[in-house]
Design a protein around this ligand. Structure first.
Ligand code: CTP
Length: 456
């Protein structure tokens, strides 16, 4: 019996897929089709797959050509499968010409002529109009957004708004955007969605106005500095049929999602403690993080990251929250600790602008602990550790580029009616972050600087 194998994503199943499977089957007696998992596609940079794995498998099965469907989830699996299933012919479309010649050591390799004029990419583009995105703000964060946006299909970065037009104009020129403006009304006329990259205290007002104009909003963290504001924004988004997402990039990355799913499956037993830390020594004392006495400081800057694993793993039903910090002379916090007491667990979030600490995440449980080394917010590896250390296990994951492409691709997908990122950062979680920011800022305002506390 001649066995044939082929692989693909088979997203938005189309005629090209059908014809490839038809010809592959005709080459032998038994056809095995490998369909890629979402995480495998993500790891190789294919972030825009629309159909779920189940739908893609069903579509392959429906053709009647596949005698067996398997899932492909790691690099090197093809070599393993060919040996395991005793394959005679490996088949792929001609777009892969030459790329799999190394498999000739194991079986015959054939590249079949690709069907012209159709692809999943084309279908994705035709099914949805390209989302015209605009940036509100043209500073440091906005700059990091531009190269990442190039990896996300289904959207185009078209323009930039800044109250100070010269800054927007230079930005648009540097990144070859269609337009720049200092007129907010004009800006909304030209975009479908916005990314708000302004200093923290302006997030809420811009998000509100963008939503009132019916625009989808991706908003830099912290999205709001008061609980009521976050709730209001989500209600407004719902009323106007818009997507509203808080841009805490870690929440959308494959490594962090893997970490959460492992923890939720109970690998370290009941979680009793979460410790997270994010510090960066700021070399430049003239930046708003250090000069803005009302909204600057380490906790508003990095607190969203450190709160993410705490609220995701332990929820927002804490019994008590306390803060301590070192301040600068103008009152901004330079090194801050937030302590949480839950009914059955504890947590600490640590942030710093003038104190350097190890940026790890440590989750302790009744059976073991998970250690995520710095920088944990760009999760690429973590270790599961047990009393019996021979049971310890390291997990490695991908983190592509600056990591913003993941949140952006989930944002685009949600706008297109496929809210696959919804569970990654929920409305309640964002509201909980805003509530904590509010509690922190109230506490900071009301707490006089103690003698000897000022550092920096
Ligand atoms: N294929 C084909 N003809 C097409 C499109 C795809 O023969 N017009 C083949 C590919 O060469 C591959 C298989 O179908 O062997 C699965 O391809 P996949 O990557 O899932 O489909 P694409 O349409 O190429 O997807 P994308 O646009 O996302 O790259």
């Amino acid at each position: 019996m001649k066995k044939v194998i082929t692989y693909g994503t088979f997203d938005l199943f189309h005629e090209g897929h059908y014809r490839l499977l038809e010809r592959a089957k005709a080459l032998g007696d038994y056809l095995i089709v490998g369909v890629t998992t979402e995480s495998f596609d993500q790891a190789r940079g294919k972030l825009n797959v629309v159909d779920s794995l189940m739908t893609r498998i069903e579509n392959v099965k429906k053709t009647g050509f596949a005698d067996e469907v398997i899932v492909e989830d790691h690099v090197g699996q093809k070599v393993e499968d060919i040996q395991k299933y005793n394959i005679d012919i490996f088949v792929l479309g001609s777009d892969w010409q030459g790329k799999f010649d190394y498999l000739k050591d194991f079986c015959e390799v054939r590249y079949l002529e690709r069907t012209k004029g159709i692809s999943s990419t084309m279908k994705r583009i035709h099914n949805h109009k390209i989302i015209r995105m605009g940036l509100i703000g043209s500073g440091r964060i906005a700059k990091r957004f531009v190269p990442e946006a190039r990896y996300v299909s289904g959207m185009e970065l078209v323009g930039v708004y800044n109250l100070h037009h010269e800054s927007a104009r230079r930005f648009a020129e540097e990144f070859e955007l269609e337009f720049s403006t200092a007129d907010e009304e004009e800006f909304y006329e030209h975009v479908d969605a916005v990314d708000i990259c302004t200093p923290h205290q302006f997030h809420y007002a811009y998000a509100k106005r963008a939503l009132e104009h019916g625009k989808h909003v991706l908003c830099e963290k912290p999205m709001a500095l008061r609980k009521e504001e976050a709730e209001e924004l989500f209600e407004l988004a719902e009323k106007n049929g818009c997507i509203l997402m808080e841009a805490i990039k870690t929440a959308y990355t494959p490594g962090f999602i893997r970490l959460l799913s492992m923890l939720q499956s109970g690998v370290i037993g009941e979680i009793r403690d979460v410790e997270s830390c994010f510090t960066r020594i700021f070399p430049d004392d003239t930046r708003r993080e250090l000069t803005n006495a009302d909204y600057g400081g380490s906790f508003t800057e990095y607190g969203s990251y450190t709160l993410l694993p705490i609220i995701k793993l332990l929820g927002s039903d804490y019994q008590d929250i306390r803060f301590t910090c070192f301040k600068a002379a103008n009152g901004v916090d330079l090194y801050t600790k937030a302590y949480f007491d839950y009914a059955h667990s504890l947590a600490t979030a640590k942030t710093g602008l003038k104190v350097k600490s190890d940026g790890h995440l440590l989750i302790s449980g009744t059976r073991g602990y998970i250690f995520v080394p710095a920088p944990w917010w760009k999760t690429t590896e973590f270790e599961l550790c047990y009393e019996d250390f021979t049971q310890n296990e390291k997990v490695f994951t991908k983190y592509l580029g600056d990591g913003l492409r993941y949140e952006l691709s989930d944002f685009v997908s949600a706008i297109n009616g496929n809210p696959r990122g919804g569970f990654k950062l929920t409305r309640n979680e964002s509201v909980a972050f805003a509530d904590i920011m509010e509690k922190f800022l109230d506490w900071r305002r009301q707490t006089p600087i103690k003698e000897g506390e000022v550092i920096g």
